[in-house]
Design a protein around this ligand. Structure first.
Ligand code: SPV
Ligand code: MG
Length: 566
């Protein structure tokens, strides 16, 4: 899961993206945003069509939607500080470029300060319209649409350009001649004037449902560009003439297409319908399908990241699941209850976990469940432990997995550091792995759970930082000489990690037939068989490399060794 707080960019870096895009690709697709939430949606939405990833290249801070979202008409009524607040919300939640609808830009000295602040914030472009302050929105017919004297407007552009200090900030002149009724000729006359005053581009606006008048302008603009010997980006806002495609607009020479108000209008319609359904139904049930699930909103605004991190760093809240239901022919009691220097293995595990501040521990019992006499943990039973092995024991505690958990084999001893490192590592599924067995592998008579990783472990014995690596194969049948690591029996699952394994487990439970990786059947599957399935389905399984600090009780001989070690 991409953490929301990682979706960041510094102002200088963000500001230059739009100019680079226009220079390289010659086209940008822009969507309106009017607050943090709409910006999150505009920033992150992606569609894949014919192998092409489609997304928006940046945002339009519309004066219409910023005003409407605050309950005002679009008449330059909301002050500049209020505009900055909306812009800040959008910038804070995104990492793409931003174009500001600067209305008329106000009086020239005001505009200079506006340019200064927008440039500082990392905005890429401001578009100002050549109307008299205070303007009226252009889309409503019958409103007064007084255009500014072209000379005065050109001076405003020039003064704005003189204030900017970066190379990348752009001031675009928006021409309202087609809105005011002054016509194409006036529009082209103004375009020339504004470009010569230093405008970095021209936006031609229209509220006709037929794109003809803006296409005519585009053709004249191309001629004008030839005459001037340079061509600056051309911008349009296809709100009313919405049947023409981006491709066609591009063919006519448009470089930026702005979808200027759609997220606000969509929200407005959905809000009205939802409110009315609740009123008519006298309850909210009927409105539910109109609404995003609460969790989706939580996820988009980063609340689930917070929850996950709280869980990870506030160690007391991480849950632990220890499956201990199975049998081992060498042992006549559950291995977890084997006494090591007067204390059962499980008791020692619990003490280590409690020393790490972890108290929420669930143990799955099965074989000789009456032997489990330790307090301070919750027990769940897998009474069919002889038919359904460890993986199914784990999933008896499916509810306890919610939000993320630590998985620990019941027959291992480990120190606090492994747990602490696991809880502060990055990844949604992380297995703690050790490669020290490679130094004494000739002496090993056990069936280890071995691992192949994407990158070979470093020869270096000491490293300051954990190395990033992922598992590609896990199993008991991997050749010991080929393997990179041994699984310690300790793993971490984030909330998203849990979502992955739950989905896969439940789907396999319904549909899987025959062998399941190294198990004869899904019923006999082990934990590592599920991990292999997770990897085969394309999910990443990270590693935490540990050197010593843990010990597994494989057989009776190990008890003596463990007792010596304690
Ligand atoms: C806006 O989105 O605020 C605009 C475009 O200025 S329009 O509303 O079409 O005038
Ligand atoms: Mg506007």
């Amino acid at each position: 899961m991409e953490l929301k707080l990682k979706r960041r960019i510094l102002p200088d870096e963000r500001r230059r993206i739009l100019k680079n895009l226009l220079d390289k690709k010659g086209f940008a697709r822009i969507l309106e945003a009017h607050n943090g939430l709409s910006a999150i949606i505009a920033n992150n939405i992606k569609e894949i069509i014919n192998n092409e990833i489609l997304e928006f290249d940046g945002f339009w801070a519309s004066s219409f939607t910023d005003s409407a979202a605050k309950g005002y008409p679009d008449i330059e009524i909301i002050g500049v500080e209020s505009r900055y607040e909306t812009i800040r919300q959008i910038l804070n939640n995104t990492n793409k470029p931003m174009i500001i609808d600067g209305d008329t830009g106000g009086e020239a000295a005001n505009f200079e300060y506006f340019v200064r602040t927008l440039e500082d914030m990392g905005v890429s472009m401001v578009i100002i319209e050549d109307k008299k302050f205070p303007k009226r929105n252009s889309l409503e017919s019958g409103t007064i649409q007084d255009q500014e004297d072209p000379e005065i407007f050109a001076t405003k552009i020039k003064r704005g350009k003189e204030v900017q200090i970066s190379k990348d900030f752009m001031i675009v002149a928006r021409i309202e001649s087609l809105i005011s009724g002054s016509g194409l000729k006036d529009a082209i006359f103004r375009a020339k004037k504004y470009l010569l005053a230093g405008a970095d581009g021209i936006m031609i606006h229209s509220k006709d449902i037929d794109p003809k008048e803006i296409l005519d302008f585009a053709m004249e603009y191309n001629k004008l560009s030839k005459e001037l010997g340079f061509r600056k980006p051309l911008v349009c806002v296809p709100t009313t003439y919405n049947t023409i495609s981006e491709d066609k607009l591009q063919d006519f020479g448009f470089n930026i297409v702005i979808y200027a108000n759609h997220l606000l209008r969509a929200a407005h319609k959905a809000m009205k319908e939802t409110a009315s359904i609740i009123l008519r139904s006298k309850r909210a049930f009927e409105a539910e399908s109109m609404c995003s699930p609460v969790k989706t909103v939580f996820k988009d605004v980063g609340f689930l990241d917070v929850k996950e991190k709280d869980m990870k760093y506030n160690k007391g809240h991480i849950k632990v699941i220890i499956p201990a239901a199975g049998t081992d022919p060498e042992f006549d009691i559950p291995k977890a209850m084997t006494i090591l220097k007067g204390k059962p293995v499980l008791q020692r595990q619990i003490e280590t976990l409690k020393n790490c501040g972890i108290n929420d521990i669930t143990v799955i019992r099965g074989f000789k469940k009456e032997e489990f006499s330790i307090d301070g943990v919750s027990y769940i039973d897998n009474n069919d432990y002889d038919k359904y092995y460890i993986l199914h024991s784990l999933f008896k505690a499916e509810e306890q997995m919610e939000g993320g958990f630590l998985f620990i084999y019941s027959d291992i001893l480990f120190n606090e550091q492994i747990i602490k490192n696991l809880l502060t590592s990055n990844g949604d599924i992380i297995l703690a792995l050790d490669n020290s067995y490679t130094y004494h592998k000739h002496k090993i008579d056990k069936n280890l759970e071995l691992i192949l990783t994407k990158n070979k472990p470093s020869e270096q014995t000491r490293d300051l930082y954990q190395i990033e690596n992922e598992i590609i194969r896990i199993g008991r049948t991997i050749n010991m000489d080929m393997a990179d690591y041994e699984f310690t029996g300790i793993a971490y699952f984030s909330e998203y990690g849990v979502e992955i394994i739950r989905r896969i487990y439940n789907e396999c439970k319904l549909n899987h037939k025959g062998n399941f990786h190294e198990a004869d059947s899904f019923g006999k599957a082990s934990f590592i068989d599920l991990i292999q399935e997770v990897i085969d389905r394309g999910f990443r399984v990270d590693i935490l490399e540990v050197h010593k600090g843990w010990f597994e009780i494989h057989n009776r001989k190990d008890i003596e060794v463990a007792e010596r070690l304690i």
